[in-house]
Design a protein around this ligand. Structure first.
Ligand code: S3P
Length: 437
């Protein structure tokens, strides 16, 4: 599918509700499938990534019922499925599942194969295989990449120091630690999103956090929980950036998770467009699982300005860089991004893909091994490609609102990975977007 986005002729206005948080939706159904009893999940993201994790839990033996907007997951009693579990495009799905399953007592002696699409099969899995192997896990891979063949068996606890600030690796080790007798401890070099630590206690599992270290005592079983998934700040970023870019705009994005380990984009935007984002108390209060939630009211506060992005904020905004790079392209002055080499191993090589696509729209951008230097200015219309990456597709669609002419974006089907309602939401705010088959 191709999107054709027309330059905005009038300010964007209105209210949308951010779709369910992808990271928390994965965890809610994964933990629910492991838990003895029933887990009720409201606000689950019905995106391709999170559905892949839900389908994997069903294949492992969980029973899932849908009751309006609520999902009911009846978990416990896992069995190794005969078929491979296909996690599609979902890095969180495959990495967290590998950690959760590789020591699971119900699966000892069996074999579980985890696969994914072409993008997922290129992404590094050695970052989970190595720490899990130190716990005694047996995982075969294709030179550190998917497919992963798990041979579940007994695990031993570890005390690990990671060299990357990865929430997926941290979570995989903690979930494996639930099946290892004793204390598993993991220390990261910098903060990373802490959804696992916040959500496990709702399932009756104690987690101790001490600065950058997290500990869990095994063996431990999860019980059912009620989880209200907040809106996804990463998805909210697109409407937020659209309002910053289109003169005169004011939009409200309701029910957005603003977890401080994830709010780097709000800090960066506050520097690029001071005073443009207001956090208001969310009408429906904070979500379960100890996640803070707000309504974001965003208004155009003049043309954003380029900045040097503080390196310590990079892990806190890692998924927002495609949008931030596009935002920088339509800002005044130069934006420098460094210390962001992790972008190269996301759903695409986001540094390379964004550099190529922005250049097609006439943007002056220098690619760096760990980031980019972007010279803000005018953006031309033209034709670009999502490069198989949902966030690239949405970032380019938003940038198109301030281009000199229409922008066509090929490969827009990828948007369904994380935000199936994206085009409808943009239209609600007044954007002119055509979908072409
Ligand atoms: C995620 C963690 C981040 C993020 C990804 C989701 C998670 O990845 O980029 O989109 O749900 O734990 P890393 O932990 O690999 O940095």
């Amino acid at each position: 599918m191709r999107l054709r986005v027309h330059p905005a002729r009038s300010p964007l206005a209105g209210t949308i509700r951010a779709p369910g948080d992808k990271s928390i939706s994965h965890r809610a159904v994964l933990f629910g499938g492991l838990a003895e009893g029933t887990t009720e999940v409201s606000g689950f993201l019905e995106g391709e990534d999170t559905r892949a994790t839900l389908a994997a839990m069903e294949a492992l033996g969980a029973r899932v019922e849908r009751d309006g907007a609520t999902l009911r997951v009846h978990g416990g009693g896992l069995q190794a499925p005969p078929e491979a579990l296909d996690l599609g495009n979902a890095g969180t799905g495959i990495r967290l599942l590998a950690g959760a399953l590789v020591g699971h007592p119900d699966l000892h002696g069996g074999v579980v194969t985890l696969t994914g699409d072409a993008s997922l099969s290129r992404r590094p899995m050695d970052r989970i295989i190595e720490p899990l192997a130190r716990m005694g896990a047996r995982i075969e891979s294709r030179e550190g990449r998917a497919p992963l063949v798990l041979h579940p068996g007994p695990l031993r606890p570890v005390d690990l120091e990671l060299s990357i600030a990865s929430a997926q690796v941290k979570s995989a080790v903690l979930l494996a630690g639930m099946n290892a007798p004793g204390t598993t401890r993991i220390t990261l070099p910098a903060p990373s999103r802490d959804h696992t630590e916040r959500l496990l206690p709702a399932f009756g599992v104690a987690v101790r956090v001490d600065g950058l270290s997290v500990e869990i005592d095994g063996p431990v079983r999860l019980g059912g929980a009620r989880v209200a998934v907040p809106g996804d700040l990463s998805s909210a970023t697109f409407a937020l950036a659209a309002a910053l870019l289109v003169p005169g705009s004011e939009v409200r994005i309701a029910g957005v998770g603003i977890n401080p380990t994830r709010d780097g984009v709000l800090r960066i935007v506050e520097r690029m467009a001071p005073g443009s984002v207001d956090r208001r108390a969310a009408a429906d209060g904070d979500a379960a699982g100890d996640e803070p939630v707000a309504d974001l009211v965003v208004h155009h506060a003049g043309r954003p300005v380029g900045i040097e992005v503080p390196v310590e904020w990079v892990p806190l905004a890692i998924d927002e860089f495609p949008m931030l790079m596009a935002l920088a392209a339509a800002s005044d002055g130069v934006t420098e991004i460094r210390g962001a080499e992790e972008l190269r191993v996301k759903e695409s090589d986001r540094i390379a893909v964004m550099t190529e696509q922005l250049r097609r729209l006439g943007v002056a951008i220098d690619e760096r091994p760990d980031g980019a230097r972007i010279v803000g200015g005018g953006v031309a219309g033209g034709r670009v490609d999502a490069g198989g990456d949902h966030r690239v597709a949405m970032s380019l669609a938003v940038l198109a609102l301030v281009a000199d002419g229409p922008v066509e974006i090929d490969g827009a089907d990828w948007i369904a990975t994380s935000y199936p309602g994206f085009v409808d939401d943009l239209r609600t705010l007044g954007a002119d977007v055509e979908e072409q088959q």
